[in-house]
Design a protein around this ligand. Structure first.
Ligand code: NG6
Ligand code: CA
Length: 511
């Protein structure tokens, strides 16, 4: 009888203990998640990946506290499609209209699908988007800059947004907070045209003498803050951003979002403007890299990362926050402004050992800095060669927060949690890279489909990796993709091209 009671008590106690453990585990399954998404930052632009001409101490420290990936990928070699894939878990090349978005594009993400922020919202997260958007805003009539800007980030799962609608080189040069242009004076409405100049406003083309930074290609429409932009705009003077304050403004908004939401699980998508053109770093960074404004913008980006790390530390959130740092595509030096980035490069290699750059099928186009800091889960200082992609963040965080994905959801997104924590050193079986053509990486082989596009983009001086013949590189020996061995390995070409074709036809790669 006595022993029966003891047994019952022991069972009860262990049920309580189990319950507590489960409660703890499920709480632990909802760490905060912050993604710092840099723009046009190359694999070799950070010192933890080997840069020596420019130092990134904060990004290096982040890497030393987490996992640094050497084979981490953006889905595409330009901004809009990479961001589309990251937020939807679908390769962008599957969906028409996901190329580089004009500044007056309508929202390109279907508001009815499962996105990364919408999935996390369902899991109980408060979600925020701060920084560069470039995924369109408004319905098919285009954005109503003086009215309600919807659908936009709030309609695809964000609770809050403070965004630059497209890029800093596209008009209108204003921030949008939730559904409205911030600080807009209704008596000075914004007019935007992507077709023709508005009234007799000066343009970069007509009035180059008014420019503080001349264009090297395009960027000769409206002049805002002395910089020629893509697209014409007039009005909205009180709402215009100041280019040298963009990084400070966005970082402040990101910090504010973290502080406001510190008591509950949150997801922050923080897309920096750095180091995209036009590069106008804050005065504390000007001239500090010795590499011109591109190097100074890298220092400013590194400062941004340090600020976010500091905020997490001071709010005691570091241990319960996953911090991911990566870039939307590879590097470009002259991207359309005469900002002396080429002349002052000083031997720096933005793509590190990789060939190509932004816009390219070669690996510098999509293999980017990729760091995951996850206290308690990822061993600090891990360097991983696992094949990982930004398209997997949705599937992985869905697994973490136990959100079931339906078949049609995130069709290319896998649960890569064990790779993101540095435990699994293999990662994906294969990944598809997207620029002018498609390429596939599998077992360290890289195959690029035949493509008739130009081999070199002269305006940006980047090899695009197009070739009418199939290309095959052995990345285990030839990371710089110098030697096309397709002729020597017809069997591997056949297998990889068949696999790529099958994934295209299936409309999905997640089984
Ligand atoms: C190009 C722009 C370039 C940049 C790019 C988009 C010109 C000559 N070039 O068309 O400056 O804005 O589009 O970059 O206008 S991305 O990182 O947002 O994809
Ligand atoms: Ca970009």
């Amino acid at each position: 009888m006595k022993s029966g009671l003891l047994l019952t008590a022991a069972v009860c106690l262990s049920i309580v203990a189990l319950g507590q453990r489960m409660k703890k585990t499920s709480a632990e399954k909802r760490p905060n998640i912050i993604l710092i998404y840099a723009d046009d930052l190359g694999y070799g632009d950070v010192s933890c990946n080997g840069a020596v001409k420019v130092r990134t101490p904060n990004i290096d420290r982040l890497a030393s506290q987490g996992v640094r990936f050497t084979n981490g990928h953006a889905s595409s070699a330009t901004c809009t499609p990479s961001r589309y894939s990251l937020l939807t878990g679908q390769y962008a090349w599957r969906k028409k209209g996901t190329g580089i978005a004009p500044g007056n594009a309508a929202l390109i993400i279907d508001t009815t699908i499962t996105t990364l922020p919408a999935m996390l919202q369902k899991a109980g997260y408060t979600t925020g988007a701060v920084g560069k958007w470039h995924l369109g805003i408004g319905n098919n009539n285009g954005p109503d800059w003086n009215g309600e800007l919807r659908p936009g980030p709030l309609e695809i799962g964000f609770n809050y947004c403070w965004i630059m609608p497209a890029t800093a080189d596209r008009v209108p040069c204003v921030y949008v907070e939730n559904h409205r242009v911030a600080n807009l004076d209704p008596n000075d409405p914004i007019k935007v045209s992507y077709k023709a100049p508005i009234g007799d406003e000066p343009t970069g083309k007509k009035n180059p003498e008014l420019l503080v930074m001349k264009s090297s290609q395009g960027h000769d429409n409206a002049i805002v803050n002395g910089i020629g932009r893509i697209g014409f705009m007039q009005g909205g003077t009180s709402a215009l951003w100041k280019d040298d304050l963009i990084a400070a403004t966005l970082t402040g908004k990101a910090q504010h979002f973290i502080e406001e939401n510190k008591a509950k699980p949150f997801f922050l998508y923080f897309a920096t403007h750095d180091i995209h053109v036009p590069r106008v770093p804050g005065k504390e960074f000007v001239g500090k890299s010795g590499m011109g404004v591109r190097g100074d913008a890298i220092l400013q980006l590194d400062w941004t990362v340090g600020q976010i790390m500091h905020t997490l530390d001071s709010l005691h959130l570091t241990d319960n926050t996953i911090l991911v740092f990566t870039s939307d595509n590879g590097p470009v030096v002259d991207d359309g402004y005469q900002d002396q980035a080429v002349e002052l490069l000083n031997g720096h290699k933005p793509g590190g050992p990789l060939r190509g750059g932004k816009y390219s099928n070669f690996d510098a186009g999509t293999r980017v800095p990729f760091i995951v800091r996850w206290p308690g889960e990822a061993e600090p200082g891990t360097i991983s060669s696992a094949l990982v992609s930004q398209v997997d963040l949705l599937g992985s965080f869905a697994a973490l927060t136990r959100q079931p994905l339906k078949d049609q959801d995130a069709p290319d997104s896998f649960d890569m949690l064990t790779a993101f924590t540095g435990k699994d050193k293999k990662g994906r079986t294969s990944v598809i890279e997207h620029a002018g053509a498609l390429g596939i990486i599998k077992d360290n082989w890289k195959y690029i489909e035949p493509n008739n596009g130009p081999r070199l983009d002269r305006s940006v001086n980047i090899e695009l990796g197009n070739d009418p013949a199939p290309q095959l590189y052995d990345l285990s020996k030839d990371l710089g993709e110098q030697s096309n061995v397709a002729v020597q390995h017809p069997d591997i070409v056949k297998t990889l091209s068949a696999e790529l074709q099958a994934m295209k036809e299936a409309g999905r790669s997640r089984l």
